[in-house]
Write a protein that binds this ligand. Sequence first.
Ligand SMILES: Nc1ncnc2c1ncn2[C@@H]1O[C@H](COP(=O)(O)OP(=O)(O)O)[C@@H](O)[C@H]1O
Ligand SMILES: [Mg+2]
Length: 413
Amino acid sequence: MALSSLKLPDLHDGGQYEAFYDEHRFKILICGRRWGKSLLAAVALIACAIEGGTGWWVWPSFPMAMTGWSMLMKMLLPAVIAKVVNAERQERKITFPGGGSIQMKSSERPNSLRGEGLDLVVVDEWAYIRYGKKVFQSDLRPALADKMGKAYLITTPNGKDHVYEYYQHANLGKRESFKAWHFPTWTNPFIPKEEIEVARRDIDDSIFRQEYGAEFLDDAAAFFTRMERVMLAKEQKQAQDGHWYRGGLDIGRRTAAGTNDPSVLSIIDGSMTPWENCLTMKIEDMTFRQQRDRVIDICGRFELEWLTVDSTGEGYGLYEQLAQNADFTVEGFKYSNQGKIDMFSSLRGQYEMEELFILPYEWLKVEHEMMKPDVDPTRLTVRLNAREGFHDDGPNSLALANKAMKNTRVVVA
Ligand SMILES: Nc1ncnc2c1ncn2[C@@H]1O[C@H](COP(=O)(O)OP(=O)(O)O)[C@@H](O)[C@H]1O
Ligand SMILES: [Mg+2]
């Protein structure tokens, strides 16, 4: 088998073809999920390597880099089998007969990004690369200098960050060697229209606009904004006459480091208008049995009607113990991706309508503001999580409490 008989995918006319044949040295592609960014990158890297060029494909993390590796393996399979190209899995490097090569890189290891003599660099999911501006400016661009190498900077947007800055500058012509494009997912003719419509219907609007529409949103990276408006609730120590209360409990997990995340209990007073979150507390450094007793004690003081508990994974044990020992309704809720997004969309709706006030704790504000939709570059799925290094236990417990509030109330006369 000769390399010339290798069949690469035809680039689609939803933008891939145009971007590939454009003459600019640096190409910025802001596209929705599954638009075909990575496929375009793979084709560009293979074309470069066939010509004898040296290329790098840089990703935010090692597992993500492996998705690129699999894509290359699939495209090059006949050539790999025929040993026309040499794939070294350990090095994640493919060498071509004329001396060209493609190597996968993860930006998590900054020192591994020092290099020279590159003909092409692709930075994939650029908005998700830590210190993404520095990685391009100080590490990668110098490596392109000696050969006047080219670059593709491709990504789904993530708020108004370094990508947005480059994108704007390119559009305004402030950076001559740059050209920027913007394509939503639906310009990819290989994605069925129904799939897009299902996503539009099921996914939260701002997530849809960012992840599929590839829009740079003001607070895109944040799921909750302007929290001050609703941080007006007052603490209560116990039930007030005639009031009714429900709560949510997020159960702390054992982390990789062997420590426990705190569990967080939130209680909402449903007799106030708007509803008021009257207690949110962390329950730390306790065994599950101690936590159970603590939770039952506090809920008892509020004569709680209903507690919704995160019963995912490890949490199930504590949920069961609570269900057996409490004299109020204990509902278990297992997180799924979609379930979590729905639960949080409902909570956000409450805040936006100012139908729920929460306690004005700084840590609670920060945890809300640090929630963001997360990337799964290989699928059309979006997750909601705390940004790296932050917790989301506070918002979780409030989302669970809000869910508890939404259940039908049976009032016994
Ligand atoms: N030119 C093309 N020909 C055939 N399929 C394509 C083409 N471009 C993209 N696709 C398909 O679209 C899907 C998303 O492509 P991918 O490159 O992973 O998107 P992104 O990196 O933008 O999320 C994949 O299933 C891919 O095979
Ligand atoms: Mg991709």
